[in-house]
Design a protein around this ligand. Structure first.
Ligand code: HEM
Length: 215
């Protein structure tokens, strides 16, 4: 039988393609969007990571979710520096979550508070993605809007304390494979991972509607 890390990766493969090729992501990667669209997207990420990281230390002692709580992954501080750069020092004022983002963040909080396995699904979907495709987005953002390489505006994508992302991802997959859960619970986690992808795609859809291309 496949390892859990293989199972979760395979199960979300199709949705990964859908997220990657969503109109908003394609336009972003194609360098066709303005900086205000990128800013709006970064704002949405703030709400998601606030939900993912707020009170996570509480989960640190949980047998299932605990091993995943690794401070070198935390993104909230980096997002706040990016937002200060993008929106100015008063970045928090007027920051709003789209309804799709609200739904996503609410589900993350629900898992963080009551279902460690579900939290792992959300953790995996975001952080492993940020360590992978996030680097492609960073490169594109730097070139499209002229941010300093790995500087303010794209710090969210820079994991200062992870020297070797490939090795880190290998270690992460080992953590997934070591999760202490029976097959049924693993199936539930996989289903939650699919849900996490769907929640992301819904945010992209909403952003795509807010920033349709005129051309
Ligand atoms: C333009 C957008 C994206 C690009 C270009 C992209 C690209 C990639 C690439 C190249 C990998 C492979 C890394 C490897 O094999 O080590 C990867 C993995 C991954 N991506 Fe994305 N991605 C994008 C969007 C997303 C989104 C929106 C999510 C979910 C929120 C996501 C979640 C993941 C996850 C969880 C993995 C790890 C798969 C695994 O090895 O288990 N990605 N991505």
């Amino acid at each position: 039988m496949d390892s859990f890390s293989t199972l979760i990766r395979t199960a979300s493969h199709e949705q990964h393609v859908a997220a990657e090729t969503s109109t908003f992501m394609s336009d972003l990667l194609g360098g066709r969007l303005g900086m205000e669209a990128y800013t709006r997207y970064t704002e949405q990420l703030w709400f998601v990571y606030d939900a993912l990281e707020d009170g996570t230390m509480r989960l640190a002692s949980d047998p299932v979710a605990g091993p995943f709580v690794q401070p070198e992954l935390f993104r909230l501080a980096a997002l706040e520096r990016d937002l200060a750069h993008l929106r100015g020092p008063g970045w928090r004022t007027g920051l709003t979550a789209l309804p799709a983002t609200e739904a996503y963040a609410a589900r993350v909080r629900e898992c963080a508070q009551g279902w460690p396995g579900g939290y792992v699904a959300h953790h995996y979907t975001r952080y492993l993605g940020d360590l992978s495709g996030g680097q492609i987005i960073r490169d594109r953002a730097e070139r499209t809007w002229g941010f300093e390489r790995k500087g303010d505006g794209v710090r969210f994508y820079v994991f200062e304390d992870i020297a070797n992302p490939a090795a880190f991802k290998r270690g992460y997959r080992e953590l997934l494979d070591a999760v202490d859960a029976d097959d049924l619970e693993k199936q539930r986690v996989v289903a939650e991972c699919r849900r996490a992808f769907a929640l992301n795609t819904a945010v992209f859809r909403a952003l795509g509607e807010e920033f349709p291309l005129s051309a």
